[in-house]
Design a protein around this ligand. Structure first.
Ligand code: NDP
Ligand code: MG
Ligand code: MG
Length: 340
């Protein structure tokens, strides 16, 4: 069973009197920096000049280059996009590390897959809120919090766990629950979830359903509503009440169809494929491919992205959503924050 900690379990004194550098001021960065500051911690922000820099200044922070912020800080939280972390780490953070400092992350990828190799004399921990940054900020302002995972990779001071917990409390997670994990578990489950279920599994399921109906001669507009549009209603019910609560709300016909046909579509064969996906994550094969893809400037990523954007479900979807102004079009930035 996972261990869960709440505000009352956390000694925040271990982080008081220390300086935290929040590096990056995007989705997670702005939420961590503002919540920590309002929790009474000493926060500076590390950035390059640009949009985020101006925003952090407007929000009242002392903003420095990543190098300068890291030099001043006792705890350096790296909230840059995962693909850029290794470069910025090598150039600007590593030279600013000294014995006893703490290096922190909100996702374990770069540490777990050795893209960032920290020196042996610093603490390394992660605090990963289980929600997009804007939700982390909004719930904090409302007096609540988003649950977070925390984990320790390296503890040289003997304080890494306590500092990680104090940090998680500072961002508001102790109001909801702070769950203990490891870098390995957080990284592998995050990748598996987005590949097999949340993103990869779901988009493939939706497209396969849409294509099946259209190939059988049904109108693509009707197929779009049945296979994509109505998902939101079902997912909202599952989010609020689990599978049983969702099934309570649908018709008995839909529920019977769920029971008899669901396992024919997603079956033992599918699960065997999921295990292959998990194996590729565990062995580092997936990570290697993604790292090399980035080094090559993403030729395959871009080609697939273009092909996917031209799929008939996308073409008809654009037309139908234009008929439904109540379907709010979120910016691509916001969509990015949902699953990261
Ligand atoms: P964003 O893309 O929202 O923000 C990135 C920030 O980094 C921006 O402020 C950007 O500033 C800055 N930045 C980018 N490149 C550089 C650079 N070379 N030097 C200095 N600053 C730079 O990132 P996220 O908040 O989505 O992700 C941060 C971390 O949090 C990742 O590890 C991610 O996995 C993790 N995470 C994210 C979640 C989410 O909901 N988004 C949830 C849980 C974890 P600029 O304006 O200059 O580009
Ligand atoms: Mg129906
Ligand atoms: Mg992810």
């Amino acid at each position: 069973m996972v261990k869960v900690y709440y505000n009352g379990d956390v000694n925040e004194e271990v982080l008081k009197g220390k300086k935290v550098a929040v590096v990056g001021y995007g989705s997670q960065g702005h939420a961590h920096a503002l919540n920590l500051k309002e929790s009474g911690f000493d926060v500076v922000v590390g950035l390059r000049k640009g949009k985020s820099w101006d925003q952090a200044v407007a929000d009242g922070f002392d903003v420095y280059s990543v190098r300068e912020a890291s030099e001043q800080a006792d705890v350096i939280m790296v909230l840059l996009p995962d693909e850029y972390q290794p470069k910025v780490y090598e150039a600007e953070i590593k030279p600013a590390l000294s014995a006893g400092k703490a290096l922190a992350f909100a996702h374990g990828f770069n540490i777990h897959f050795s893209q960032v190799v920290p020196p042996e004399d610093v603490d390394v921990f992660l605090v990963a809120p289980k929600g997009p940054g804007h939700l982390v900020r909004r719930t904090f302002e409302e007096g609540a919090g988003v649950p977070a995972l925390f984990g320790v990779y390296q503890d040289v001071t003997g304080n890494a766990r306590d500092v990680a917990l104090a940090y998680a409390k500072g961002v508001g997670a102790g109001r909801a629950g702070i769950l203990e994990t490891s870098f390995q578990e957080e990284t592998e489950t995050d990748l598996f979830g987005e590949q097999a279920v949340l993103c990869g599994g779901l988009t493939s399921l939706v497209k396969a359903g849409f294509e099946t109906l259209v190939e059988a001669g049904y109108q693509k507009e009707v197929a779009y509503f049945e296979c994509l549009h109505e998902l939101k209603l079902i997912v909202d019910l599952m989010y609020e009440q689990g599978l049983e609560g969702m099934r309570f709300s649908i018709s008995d016909t839909a529920q019977w169809g769920d029971f008899v046909s669901g396992p024919r579509v997603v079956n033992e064969e599918t699960k065997a494929r999921m295990k292959e996906v998990l194996t590729d994550i565990q062995t580092g094969k997936f990570a290697k491919g993604w790292i090399l893809e980035n080094q090559a400037n993403r030729p395959e990523f871009n080609a697939i992205n273009k092909r996917e954007s031209e799929h008939p479900i996308e073409v008809v979807g654009k037309e139908l959503r234009a008929m439904m102004p109540f379907v709010q079009q979120k910016s691509s930035k916001k969509e990015k924050e949902v699953v990261s």
